[in-house]
Design a protein around this ligand. Structure first.
Ligand code: GDP
Ligand code: MG
Length: 457
């Protein structure tokens, strides 16, 4: 009897749309933690101070309230909401400490439905919202599923041009004295993997985002595990023995494909209903042309996980459910509001080519700009007899500043652009969060409307 009741209740849940899993991703430092913290904070405040006019259910006064409830999936760590809020409420306020793994938080949102079966059954309905945070870098690993170790290795060596070759210097020089045919030397494999991982970290530090394997730079709970201890290696001309270094590297790579990459897609990705991809377009503007092109490539790569065409790997593995993807240019409060349309246009340029060439069947997509947690306030300052837009904020050293950070280009800039223009987007402290007020944000409600608005009808 109990089982039947559970099944019936699950059935009604699904039939009345009362559960949605929203995944939040983006490359590291794109603003995922800030986004989730603010989103949870806004929803928890809806019963007292709603600050979400662009979310129709909130504007119409139909949200009764939201609370946190224990998540269903016990294998995923809890998103550290309280810790993040403590940082934002401290004096001076601080940004939440970065986390580097998948995590989840679950909310129950009570609302008044407007239509259909939900309204018929009861006056109030509850939407269970799961929010899952995972590093965008993990999506860069998808192509590995279609490549054997030798192909992947060759691929990695082929990318060693320009800066990358320079960054890989240490690793390439230890490879010179590495004997792939010799008997397995665990210590040596661990050491060289470490140097290879350092190379990947250097790429990231220098603003290059396309790194493989993605889990090496964001290992989460796998830090130090042998499955993360391999590196590209040219296939030896002689047949390697089963006990050789080469065979060990190859079998670790295969283990990584199955137990890390495939497992992520099966256990996590397959469960997502909606996806938001956060993109920090300002960081590559600061860093320069190469960083820009690299971010575009990384985004294009990331998008392949959502191409559900017939030949798609993801589709071959399971039936993905994602029906809406939102791309959001994050940290928009780094530039003055009249630049926000340019920021969106720039993001569209990075995302659209990949989008148009691929068959993104049945996925609704949109691009917006947001600031999850505002760090600046915008206004005007008078210069001569002109009023010019400006931002005010407190920088990370605690100094209050008023400035005009410059224009955001509408289109993807060419190389020359960085000779003629100089970007310097200052980092500011977040505005302090008050315990009885929701955080200040820009268009987080627009993101919510896109992601869950229809589920609150
Ligand atoms: N000004 C501003 N800065 C932000 C915002 N969101 C994130 N940041 C900055 O970006 C950094 C990285 O954000 P975080 O959410 O930790 O990124 P994650 O690695 O994607 O989780 C933060 O420490 C802030 O300095 C925002 O809405 N406004
Ligand atoms: Mg984070």
């Amino acid at each position: 009897m109990k089982k039947i009741t559970q099944e019936v209740s699950d059935f009604i849940s699904r039939g009345t749309d009362s559960h949605v899993r929203v995944a939040v991703t983006g490359l590291s430092r794109a603003g995922k933690t800030a986004f989730i913290t603010s989103l949870v904070n806004q929803l928890l405040h809806t019963s007292t101070h709603s600050n979400l006019p662009l979310l129709s259910s909130a504007r119409e006064g139909r949200i009764i309230g939201a609370k946190r409830i224990p998540q269903n999936n016990m294998m995923i760590p809890r998103f550290s909401y309280d810790e993040a809020m403590n940082s934002l409420q401290s004096d001076p306020p601080e940004w939440p400490v970065p986390t580097r793994d998948v995590s989840e938080i679950r909310l129950a949102i009570k609302y008044q439905p407007t239509k259909g079966a939900k309204k018929l059954f009861s006056k109030n309905s509850t939407l269970h919202l799961d929010i899952v945070d995972y590093p965008g870098e993990w999506l860069l690993d998808l192509p590995l599923l279609d490549m054997d170790f030798d192909t992947w290795s060759q691929n990695q060596f082929d990318t060693l041009k320009g800066n990358r070759k320079e960054f890989a210097g240490d690793w390439l020089s230890v490879l010179d004295s590495f004997d792939a045919l010799a008997d397995i030397n665990e210590k040596q494999l661990a050491d060289i993997s470490d140097i290879y991982t350092q190379y990947l970290y250097t790429c990231k530090k220098e603003g290059l985002h396309w790194v493989q394997p993605g889990r090496f730079v964001l290992p989460g709970e796998l830090a130090g595990a042998p499955v993360l201890q391999f590196f590209p290696c040219i296939e030896p001309s002689e047949k390697p023995s089963k006990e050789s270094n080469y065979s060990m590297l190859k079998s670790r790579y295969e283990e990584y494909q199955q137990k890390v990459v495939k497992a992520f897609y099966k256990n996590h990705f397959a469960t997502f209903d909606r996806q938001i991809v956060l993109v920090d377009c300002l960081q590559p503007l600061n860093a320069g042309y190469d960083s820009f092109i690299d971010m575009r490539n990384a985004l294009e790569q990331l998008l392949t996980s959502f191409k559900y065409g017939r030949s798609n790997l993801v589709k071959r593995l399971f039936s993905p459910k994602i029906d809406k993807i939102l791309f959001a240019a994050s940290k928009a409060d780094h530039v003055t509001p009249e630049q926000h349309p340019n920021l969106v246009s720039l993001l569209q340029q990075m995302v659209h080519p990949a989008w148009q060439h691929a068959a993104f069947e049945h996925i609704d997509m949109s691009c917006i700009s947001i600031a999850s947690i505002q760090a600046t306030t915008s206004g005007f300052i008078s210069r001569g007899d002109e009023n010019v837009p400006a931002l005010q904020g407190v920088n990370l050293e605690g100094v209050s500043q008023t400035l005009y950070p410059g224009e955001v280009p509408r289109r993807l800039p060419n190389k020359q652009y960085w000779h003629d223009n100089h970007f310097e987007f200052t980092s500011f402290r977040p505005l302090r969060a008050e315990s009885d007020q929701p955080c200040q944000h820009v268009r987080l409600d627009k993101a919510l409307e896109f992601l869950i608005g229809d589920k609150l009808k």
